[in-house]
Each structure stands twice: as structure tokens, then as C-alpha cells.
Write a protein that binds this ligand. Structure first.
Ligand code: PLP
Length: 418
């Protein structure tokens, strides 16, 4: 077969692929910084080294037994498509869970069940923006936002937040300076990945007011909502303005319920037009997984009363271990995260990616090494993240302490060699 492009460019298809180019979108989408060095971790493991994974937010906390019980109870003879908007039971139970635990007044039809928060975010970019439109994000930002935006052809416009300020929101003028006629939305993640910062009412209020004045959507990613420390109460943007039609909440069961592999998330809005148009996109992908939705509904209905509190306490203990150890490392600067399970640390190295690779390929202590995510992938401008790493403190405190020891000795050795 001798297929040629109509413009005659390129060679025969059975010869080689030289004439076919991939899309600009595909070429521009960066690899995930969380997974980029994974091959080095695989090599370290094959060489018999134990790798402490602090690079990825994969909790080691057990999934609630009620979820697995739900999987066992699923007894339909055919695993059929669910409705595109989600299993009615799960939408009802999710709404009830939010109302019960947060004192809100949501209703089931304001939820669209998605394949994780990831799909909810892709839908939101697709529904709210045309290619070339802009969305304001706070830098450093959850790295996969860059991939989602790339899928939708959306330009993320970073507004910088600083480690030395605990990654608090920058002043209003810094945000308004970045608005343009193409700005469609502000996207905030609270509690934040990758910084662990939790934004307060005043900061949410500022963004709500700005979105009203500038006629923008406000998208709040509340994937880590209940994981807030030091006596804070979980805060949703819905507490401030529950009926606001420009507000879209992204939710997920992945992190608070150790359900990353179930791929269950939700998009919440009171905006009926937005919901209807997003549903059209959801119909194109048919439905989210049936057994997982069934089991998730069973889990939320049968969650032990203290489940979320005990998970939160567990992460706070881990945060305390990690923070204390990081503060102990010479010339390392960090801040006290107030939620989620991440932190950013500035290291006394020029190139944190090089250092992270060194840990995986050239260093071990007592047969152990540690995998940290270079922070450059979480910054929209490389220069800001080059000497920082993001750490996910998702391991048992003892393992975290071991990992911190490896990090300390690894840093010492790396600096010697440099
Ligand atoms: C802030 C944030 N949003 C969204 C996601 C995606 O979550 P999901 O597993 O629900 O797709 C993650 C996962 O790490 C995240 O950290």
C-alpha cells in the first residue's frame, strides 16, 4: 500500500512514518513531573533497593471496608452502562454526605459523576472555554492542570505564590494584572496540591468578588477538602455562596477515601445550563464505571462516623513528622502545610531534578532510597521551581522518618560530589 498525504509530503505508509506528524496538542503536553523519573525508580527496585515513594499522592491508608463490601454486594447480572450523569444512588448519597458533613443544602441533580476529579476538570475546561481562552491558576499548581488545559487548548495564566509567604494568595492586584479579554475562569485548589496551603474565607471571598466583577467562572478543586489540620474546619466555597452560578466545585473520592484506583469524582454546580452542556460531553464518553459507583454509594452511606477524622489525624501526624525532619535538614527551607498531604521544600541544590535522579540512580542508604518530585513541573516558569521538590507525605510515620534520613544523607553526599 502506498498511502501519501494529499499534499504529497511524506513517504509510503508501509515504508516509514516520516510524513505523518502528531498534533501540536500532543507535542506540547508535557509528561507528568510526578511520573517522569519513574523509570529510575523501577531500575533502583530491580537493583534490590527499597524506594520510598514521596513523589506521588498515593495514600497507603486502607480503603474503607464498606467500599470493598459494596464491590462484593454488586449483584447485577449484567455490568451495564450507568446514566451519563452518574448512578442516581451515588448522586443522592454524595449530596447527602455533603449536606450532613458540611451543613450545606445541595441536591443530587447538581452533581455530575465523573471518572475522577481529572475528568471533571477536563469537562470544565471544555465547557467553559474555547481554544485560546485563558484560565488563571496559582503557581505552583497541580501539574496535571497543565495537561488538562492542553487537551482543551486552554492557556493557563500563572499568578505566582511564594514559599516564603506560605504560598498564600497573592494580593488582588497581582491577579487583576493578569486578566485579559480572553480570561474565562480562575481555578483554585484548596487544600492545595502541591503546597498544602488551605485558603481561608477572606481569600475565597476575594476571589468570589473578583469573579463577579470580572464576569468569570470560579472553579474550586476541593479534592482534599476534609484534610485540614490544627483544628481547622473543612471549608467549601459553597459555604460562602451556595447558589452562585459562576461557581463550579470539583470533588473526588480518590484521596480522602484512599480510592485513587476507583476513578470516581464529581463536578458540582447550581448552573443548570452549564450542567446540561457538560452532560452532553459526558454522554459522548457514555458513563463512569458501574461497579465502582455502586460501591462508592455503599461506602458513603456506611462510613464509620469517625472515618474522616481519623484519616485527617493520621495525615496530620505524618505532616508533623515530615515537617520536623525537613526543618532539621541544613539549608533546607519549607513551610508548615495546613492541609492535603503535600509540601514544597527548597533545597540547597541548583537542579532539584538532577538531585532527584541522583537519589534514584546513584544513592542508597541501608538498601533504601527516596523518590521526590522535582517541583519545576509544578511551576509554569521553570526558574522558580528549579531548586525545589514536592514531597507527598503519604507513608506511615516510621517509613517517613526513614525516608527523611535517606534524604538527609543523600543531600549531604550530593553536595559533596557537586
Ligand atoms: C488537586 C488535585 N486535583 C485533581 C486530582 C485528580 O484526582 P482524581 O484521582 O480524582 O482524578 C488530583 C490528584 O492527585 C489532585 O491532587
Amino acid at each position: 500500500m502506498n498511502l501519501r498525504r494529499p499534499d504529497g509530503v511524506g513517504k509510503a505508509a508501509d515504508d516509514d512514518m516520516a510524513g505523518i506528524s502528531l498534533s501540536t496538542r500532543a507535542l506540547r503536553t508535557p509528561p507528568s513531573p510526578i511520573r517522569r523519573l519513574a523509570y529510575l525508580a523501577t531500575q533502583a527496585r530491580s537493583a534490590g533497593v527499597h524506594v520510598h515513594h514521596l513523589n506521588i499522592g498515593q495514600p497507603d491508608v486502607a480503603t474503607p471496608a464498606s467500599f470493598l463490601e459494596g464491590v462484593e454486594r454488586f449483584s447485577d447480572r449484567v455490568v451495564a452502562y450507568n446514566p451519563s450523569e452518574g448512578c442516581p444512588k451515588l448522586r443522592a448519597v454524595w449530596s447527602d454526605y455533603m449536606n450532613r458533613t458540611l451543613g450545606l443544602d445541595t441536591s443530587a441533580d447538581e452533581f455530575l459523576i465523573t471518572m475522577g476529579a481529572s475528568e471533571a476538570l477536563i469537562f470544565i475546561f471544555m465547557t467553559c472555554c474555547d481554544p485560546g481562552d485563558e484560565v488563571i491558576v496559582f503557581d505552583p499548581t497541580y501539574a496535571n492542570y497543565i495537561g488538562f488545559a492542553s487537551i482543551a487548548g486552554v492557556n493557563l495564566i500563572p499568578v505566582h505564590s511564594r514559599l516564603d509567604d506560605g504560598f498564600d494568595l497573592p494580593p488582588l492586584e497581582a491577579i487583576t494584572d493578569r486578566l485579559s479579554p480572553r480570561t474565562k475562569a480562575i481555578l483554585l485548589c484548596s487544600p492545595n496540591n502541591p503546597t498544602g496551603t488551605v485558603y481561608d474565607r477572606a481569600q475565597l471571598r476575594m476571589l468570589l468578588d473578583l469573579c463577579r466583577d470580572a464576569n468569570l467562572f470560579l472553579v474550586v478543586d476541593e479534592t482534599y477538602r476534609e484534610l485540614v489540620f490544627d483544628g481547622r474546619t473543612p471549608l467549601s466555597v459553597l459555604h460562602l455562596d451556595p447558589a452562585n452560578e459562576r461557581v463550579i466545585v470539583v470533588d473526588s473520592l480518590s484521596k480522602r477515601f484512599s480510592l485513587c484506583g476507583a476513578r470516581i469524582g464529581a463536578l458540582y454546580t447550581t448552573n443548570q445550563e452549564l450542567m446540561a452542556k457538560t452532560l452532553n460531553l459526558a454522554q459522548a464518553r457514555l458513563a463512569a464505571p458501574a461497579i465502582e459507583q455502586y460501591a462508592a454509594a455503599h461506602m458513603l452511606e456506611n462510613l464509620p462516623a469517625d472515618y474522616v477524622d481519623s484519616v485527617r489525624q493520621g495525615y496530620q501526624d505524618r505532616r508533623d513528622v515530615m515537617y520536623a525532619r525537613l526543618c532539621d535538614l541544613p539549608d533546607v527551607v519549607t513551610h508548615l502545610p495546613s492541609g492535603a498531604f503535600y509540601t514544597i521544600a527548597r533545597l540547597p541544590v541548583e537542579d532539584a531534578e538532577h538531585f532527584a535522579s541522583f537519589l534514584l540512580s546513584d544513592f542508597s542508604l541501608d538498601g533504601q532510597t527516596v523518590f521526590v518530585a522535582p517541583a519545576s513541573g509544578f511551576y509554569m516558569g521553570y526558574s522558580r521551581g528549579h531548586n525545589k521538590v514536592r514531597i507527598a507525605y503519604v507513608l506511615e510515620p516510621d517509613h517517613l522518618a526513614d525516608a527523611a534520613r535517606v534524604l538527609k544523607e543523600g543531600l549531604c553526599e550530593y553536595r559533596k560530589r557537586q
